[in-house]
Ligand binder design. Structure first.
Ligand code: SAH
Ligand code: SF4
Ligand code: F3S
Length: 491
């Protein structure tokens, strides 16, 4: 389980750390070992603080998905414990980029921002720069950084993130760049401190890695093989979160529907959900992502009966063409997907379905795109994230010869996007005039005196409200749908 930092236990964590004898031998138990390095790093940060005459600042920037964001919370937890002040600006004494490599534009953003860091470091020579996350699992990236971005102090990957305290400490004790990348791991290290971004909602990893090897996707190469956390660790962690004010939990995994298959005592995802449902005080359960090939009838049944599982399912389609799906190695056909979507709608009529679509996969023709458009029209998604295919070195699709020319992809992309927008506008609107529960998440960015929250089905709602409502579930009348969100009023 994880230890969430709050005012109460922060003191306990710090007490534990100040009691550690850093002149003793390094502990062998992995968790103890990392606490030992937190104690050591804390001394270095204290020394730095005296040198600077102020608390050193630190900024963690997340480039990727929810799992990447969750990893950032783990980094922040440790940074806080060792004595950094967490800030939002990259004009800080320590900047960490937690990178993503799912599409090339994610990589390009990192290189661009690294250029900016270089000039910041010139002004603040004591500044430390670290890179971690999925991009660092690619040897060619690490080579490029070693030769062209020599001002970087620390590089580590996704498999050894639990070693962050140790690596951070090494940046203080070693003059040269610290590089530690693992190819894979089956280790899951529990009980390290985590800082949460929101007080009222949180993500929780239920599994790591992916075994699916969709032919376009780099995730299995950079995140390693699938491994599930023990249900008792997950449940204990959520109970702890709830005791600390969390009302909504998002269960995270690349393919949650295959949860538990490799546990000593196997357990299905539907069974895990039922255990989580029992947690008193927890109001909403979400999860991400579901692979259509593994979505069981048992899960649909559990979702239909549940009072806490949100009325939203993200079910990535990728393509509506059975021919392309086969080459993508998705292991379902257009017909199977449509059947599944129909079954879900029948069991849970008020569910919102959302999806991911790739346009421009090698060999994709106009006819294939029409198939995708047909699925969008039949399934009626509330939202669909549409991506242009990005060639990822090392994946089977990258070696395919029939890559689609850019101008064709662009045309197809616009066709798909237009259909998605047309359909989802109609879909989202279907609750206009109704009263629904909204979990208030934040102050409205654009209009003073307004707050923003989410329906169970994940649609955003803006309405007049006090900051005190944040984190509460309130009844809101959905007055007017404005495309992808509602304007409402609290009732
Ligand atoms: N595990 C999740 C997806 C994780 S990646 C799942 O299978 O649903 C998130 C999305 O990025 C994918 O659903 C896919 O639509 C998109 N994606 C992955 N690789 C891509 C690539 N090479 N080019 C374009 N989009 C890609
Ligand atoms: Fe990538 Fe497919 Fe795994 Fe999702 S299921 S992470 S798309 S390989
Ligand atoms: Fe990106 Fe890694 Fe997530 S590649 S999408 S950050 S798992």
């Amino acid at each position: 389980m994880s230890i969430y930092i709050n005012n109460e236990n922060k003191e306990n964590i710090l007490k534990k750390i100040t009691q550690i004898d850093v002149s003793a031998k390094t502990p062998t138990d992995e968790t103890e070992r990392q606490y030992y390095f937190m104690a050591k790093a804390r001394k270095h940060v204290q020394a730095l603080s005296e040198e600077l005459g102020r608390t050193p600042t630190c900024c963690v920037t997340t480039f990727g998905c929810q799992m990447n964001a969750r990893d950032s919370e783990k980094l922040v937890g440790i940074l806080e414990v060792v004595g950094y002040e967490i800030v939002d600006t990259e004009k800080a004494d320590f900047v960490i980029f937690n990178t993503c490599t799912v599409r090339d534009n994610a990589n390009q953003r990192v290189y661009g921002r690294l250029g900016e860091l270089k000039s910041l470091k010139k002004k603040n020579p004591a500044m430390k720069i670290a890179l971690c996350g999925c991009m660092m699992q690619e040897p060619s990236v690490v080579e490029k950084i070693k030769t062209s971005y020599r001002f970087v102090d620390l590089i580590f990957g996704t498999h050894n993130i639990f070693k962050f305290a140790e690596l951070l400490n090494a940046t203080f004790e070693q003059k040269r760049v610290v590089i530690d990348i693992w190819k894979d791991t089956d280790q899951i290290v529990e009980d390290l401190p985590i800082e949460r971004k929101y007080p009222f909602k949180s993500g929780t990893n239920i599994m790591f890695g992916c075994n699916n090897f969709c032919s376009y996707c780099i995730v299995p190469y950079v995140r390693g093989r699938e491994r599930s956390r023990k249900p008792e660790d997950i449940v204990a962690e959520i109970k702890d979160l709830v005791a600390d004010g969390v009302v909504e939990i998002m269960l995270l995994g690349q393919n949650v529907n295959s949860y538990g298959k490799n546990l000593e005592t196997p357990m299905s995802f539907a069974e895990l959900l039922q255990e989580i449902e029992k947690i008193e005080g927890l109001e909403r359960i979400r999860f991400m992502t579901s692979h259509p090939k593994d979505l069981s009838d048992e899960l649909i049944e559990v979702m239909a009966k549940s009072k806490k599982i949100c009325k939203h399912l993200h079910l990535p389609l990728q393509s509506g063409s059975s021919r392309i799906l086969k080459i993508m190695n998705r292991r379902y056909t257009k017909e199977q997907y449509l059947e599944l979507a129909a079954k879900i709608r029948k069991a849970i009529p008020d569910i919102a379905l959302t999806t991911d679509i790739i346009v421009g996969f090698p060999g994709e023709t106009y006819e294939d795109v029409l198939e995708t458009i047909d699925v969008i029209k039949q399934v009626k998604y509330d939202n669909a994230f549409t991506f242009i295919y990005s060639k990822r070195t090392g994946t089977p699709a990258a070696a395919m010869e029939n890559q689609v020319p850019e101008y064709v992809v662009k045309k197809h992309f616009d066709m798909v996007l237009n259909t998605v927008q047309e359909i989802s506008r109609e879909q989202v609107k279907r609750y206009e005039g109704e009263i629904q529960d909204v979990l208030v998440e934040e102050l409205n960015e654009h209009e003073e005196g307004f707050v923003t929250g989410r329906l169970s089905n994940n649609t955003l709602v803006h309405f007049k409200g006090e900051p005190g409502l944040i984190g509460k579930i309130v009844k809101v009348k959905l007055n007017k749908c404005q495309g992808f969100y509602y304007m409402g009023e609290q009732v």
